[in-house]
Every structure is written in C-alpha cells, then in structure tokens.
Design a protein around this ligand. Sequence first.
Ligand code: TYM
Length: 333
Amino acid sequence: MEEKKKVMLSGIKPSGDLTLGSYLGAIKNWAERADKYDCFYFMADLHAITVRQNPADLRRWTLAQIAQYIACGLDPKKNTIFIQSHVPEHAELGWVLNCYTMFGELSRMTQFKDKSAKNADNINGGLFTYPALMAADILLYQADYVPVGEDQKQHVEICRDIANRFNGVYGDVFKVPEPYIPKVGARVMSLTNPTAKMSKSENEDTGRVCLMDRPEDIMRMFKRAITDSGSEVRFDPENKPGVSNLMQIYSSATGKSFETIEREFAGQGYGGFKLAVGEAVVEMLRPIREESERLLADKAYLQSVYREGAEKASAVAARTIRKVYKKVGFIER
Ligand code: TYM
C-alpha cells in the first residue's frame, strides 16, 4: 500500500510585489518538495486586509502572486494552489480558534507589536487575532511542516500551542505542525538598512529587490547596497551586517558555502563582490520574471489554477471543520 505523504503548507500575503526575501526565505524551499509531500500553497488575502489595502492593488497582487508561485516552480498539477478567501473554512476555523487563543499570548507576538507601531491609526481586531487565523490555515489541512522565513516562526509556535490546547480538551483533532526554516536565507535584510528585514510593504524603491524587477534595476540596487567598514568579505552578522546579508543572498543563489565565498573574494574589496551578488540574483530571477509575465497574460489559465486549487483545498478543509464543529458541540446541518 502507498504510504500517505506528509503535508506541507504555507501562504504569503498578497500585500505587495514578492521580494527576494519571500523567495529565498520561503518559496524557493517549497518548489523542491512537491514529489515528496502533499503540498498546499495559498494567497493569504484574508490576512492582507489586517492592514488597509487598495482593492485594485490587492486583486492585482493576488493574481501576480499566483503567476509567480508557478513561475518559481510550483507545478499546479503537483501542488494545491489557491486563494485563502475562496475556502470559507479558513474564516470559520479562525473564529473557533479565536476562542482557544489567549489575550496574553496574542499580546506577546512581535509582529503585532511591530505592525501596531507602524499602523498606529488602524490597530484593528484582525491585526491582533491574526495568529488564530494563521493557526486555522495550517490546522485545517493537518499540515506536518510549515516552510516559512524566520519572522514567522513565532506564529507557527503559537499555532502548536493552540493545537495542543484544543487536542487537550477534545482528543487528537489536529496534527501539531513544525516550522521548516531554511539554513541560509531565512532572514534577508534590506539592502540599504541591513538591520531591518527586506519587506514587501516597506522601504519601497530602496532596500528591496522584487521578483519582477528588471535586471538593470537589480544591478543598481546591489551596487548601492550598504556594506560595512573595512574591505574584507567575511561572514560576521554582528559586526558586518551588510556584507553578511549579501553573503547569505549569494550563498542562497549559488549554493556556495560561506567559506568558499570568503575564498573567492579574498583581497578583492566590496565593489566586485556586490557586482557578483547582483549578477547571481539577476540570473536566478530572470527565468522567474519571464515565465511570470507569460503566465500573467493568460488570465483564463490562472483562473483554472485557482479554481481547481480551491476545490481540492475545500475537500480537505471541509473534513476538518466538520470534525471540529462536532467536537465543540454544534448541531450538524
Ligand atoms: P509574509 O507574507 O509576510 O511573508 C511570506 C513568507 O516570506 C517569508 N519572508 C522572508 N524570509 C526571509 N527574509 C525576508 N526578508 C522575508 N520576508 C518574508 C516569511 O517568513 C513568510 O514565510 N503570516 C504569513 C502568511 C501566512 C502563513 C499562513 C504562512 C498566513 N497564513 C499559514 C504559513 C502558514 C505572512 O505574513 O507572511
């Protein structure tokens, strides 16, 4: 008998153009694993509206993200690709899990603290209870692994706590998932401020590189990247955050180890190194950009992908929500 595959699941908020950070921290890790796992990847549009979005931009970014997922190597025949709001069980389980998530634990989430500091005029309930919805996303599919960047680790940990709490009351309802974080590239920093994370929605035009950026713009960004004092290419995140960030990017793009990179650029200074990193990124992203552009022109195909994806996802999600409703004492419809 064929053994049941382990489940892998992750999502990204379509709240901006996908960056090199999301690619190296998350998506690159997904594409290589379709044969071994049963994979679910979605556009987290419900999460995106915890910060005010322009509706036209949200729609555009959501479609672009689907095209980019596929262009990054996620074959829709092997991976379930869908839009979160198309599977209403996310919102339904999100509500139930809100009732099993504590005010104190939500208050400790660093993303909530950061985002509420940045959006002081819109600290809404959704921003606060965001981790309960994220737990629902994961637990609905009984995921074993959640491949994310370092910044989402805390959210996967609270998801584990919520799952354990729920299972403690009702028996083994949910699989308790594990975060799956890459060794290199888990936290790509801004090129102009290497102490801040490279982000979709911030430091526009300055410290970030997007998957759809043109080669000449990417090269310009890397030429302008902030390095550190001295001139030695050496991995030392504390004292050389700029150079170390570039080394992470280069290592992730080329597969070379830090020692190899240090040897390759010994005695050459930062100038040549920055150009080499830029060129490696251009070559890594070129096929992704070209394929995304081709796919984006084919709206009917994208529609068929997200429709089929929602259907497959719903079949799994419906099973879990039925079980949860029964456990908590709701009468079956
Ligand atoms: P989001 O949309 O902020 O980021 C998407 C993914 O990209 C990773 N990432 C990075 N990795 C390395 N360096 C960076 N600079 C960088 N920026 C982003 C993130 O860690 C993430 O993996 N809450 C999630 C979306 C979500 C989700 C889920 C994820 C909703 N439900 C269920 C997994 C499972 C978020 O806001 O990611």
